[in-house]
Design a protein around this ligand. Sequence first.
Ligand SMILES: [Zn+2]
Ligand SMILES: [Zn+2]
Ligand SMILES: [Zn+2]
Length: 274
Amino acid sequence: MKIKFLGTAAAEAFPAMFCDCEQCVKARKLGGKNIRTRSQTLIDDELFIDYPSDTYYHIIKHKINLLDIKSVLITHIHDDHFYPNDLNWMARGFSCPPSDWHGITVYGSRDIEQPLADIAANSQGYLRCESNPVFKPFKVGDYVVTALKATHGTENPYIYVIEKENKTLFYAQDTGLLPEETWEYLKDSGFYFDAVVMDCTAGTTDIAYSAHMGLPRNIKTRDMLFEYGLADENTKFILNHFSHNGGDAVYDDFSPIAEKNGFIASFEGLKIEI
Ligand SMILES: [Zn+2]
Ligand SMILES: [Zn+2]
Ligand SMILES: [Zn+2]
């Protein structure tokens, strides 16, 4: 399974749009890996995790053909992860997809149903929407996906376990420390994670609010994954979803700290293969 990071920031992007803080000034000056857009990850050139307004920028920058994308998993409906308006443009009149195009199926919690209803109805069948409950594996093409409950500020926030050909990715953002129900499910799941992507909105700091993580919570979560046999020293741990409000958040500052603690700091264009 190939995992490519396209958008790695929190909602306001990094540098943030209207921000003159020390971290944003530094990120603007350094450029490169220090520039972060809204959250999106590509799996095997065919599956997106999340669909933010920066999708258009991502497909241009990384030379992705949207007609190759078969499925989108939505973690939650905050608009840095879910910008349904841009799915209107797949309909004829706005675009000319080939007549035999497979279209795109968007998967998520029931929160995506209402925002996608009209868009799907007007898409000439190209856009399909499928909601699934937590803790019940479902098929997405060649993948088996299980949605788990996250700790986040929307009604039904999901994190995902994605399995294909004996490889398993645990994609855990946006979330704070995982809820008890999710640990209960994971403990008896028999999963072994080859890679874990974790929320690191707070950078090196331990934040007071519950909806995100920083390095101390990442370490605590990794310890628990180890304890339950869900991961081990061969698992790749990637930290993602950075905010300028986090400690040492600029990539050039954070990356060596992450490495010292056994984590990989994401950047846009990072490819991980499991
Ligand atoms: Zn977010
Ligand atoms: Zn800032
Ligand atoms: Zn969010």
